[in-house]
Design a binder for this molecule. Sequence first.
Ligand SMILES: C[S@@+](CC[C@H](N)C(=O)[O-])C[C@H]1O[C@@H](n2cnc3c(N)ncnc32)[C@H](O)[C@@H]1O
Length: 235
Amino acid sequence: MKLRDIVERRQPPEPWAEGEKIPWSDPAFSARMLREHLSQEHDAASRRYNVIDRQVAWIHRALLGGRPTRVLDLACGPGLYCSRLARLGQPCVGVDYGPASVAYARAEAEREGLTCTYRQDDIRQAEYGIGYGLVMLLYGEFNVFRPAEARNIVRYYVVDAESGAVQRHASATQAYTDDQCREMLAGCGFDEVAFVDSLEGPEGEAQQGLKVIAAHKRAPPTWEDADGRVQDAGR
Ligand SMILES: C[S@@+](CC[C@H](N)C(=O)[O-])C[C@H]1O[C@@H](n2cnc3c(N)ncnc32)[C@H](O)[C@@H]1O
């Protein structure tokens, strides 16, 4: 890109046409973002620890009923939720494609001996296996994946002051109605869809228009095959 391309940029931008996302998986960007995830000055990359503590308490108590289950955290960042859930007895698998975040999460788990494993992978392609009691995708990340249409588009131009080289990153966000969410979840076999205003629970502090969507997927029916082995419809 050139500086002139900024002046001549298309207004309004076309959703997802100019880029997928901010460059989370770029090593240098990931290292800079890690500082922001861990910052206690703002909630821009991850929530501050006191908020995450309250959210994790609600997830553990209300969503999981305090019982241990395997948790899968998609786009887990530096594992701030996994590590806390593991301390409460919930074994966790976190997947993220930010190298610095995953390295931090792994080091934390190793240092404390937590039952957390992390994979550095793109959640759109990763194999996560089966057998999870809770799958999470937090902090509105669901809405930035490419759907049919978008509502908000943000462009970021990074200009190298010395060379004038320009890099563009664009990030689009899709809004869904509650009925669209229900329909999408039903299409994947989820029911009992509940909308909650805060990840701290119904009484908790609502956060910048983010909502919690909690849904339940029943275990597939099981039967015994001719050799007496238990089979299920998910296999
Ligand atoms: C706003 S941060 C939230 C991190 C974490 N869930 C939290 O709340 O602390 C978004 C995260 O999504 C990750 N991410 C975005 N797209 C991804 C993808 N396709 N595959 C894996 N991780 C992804 C980024 O690397 C980043 O860590």
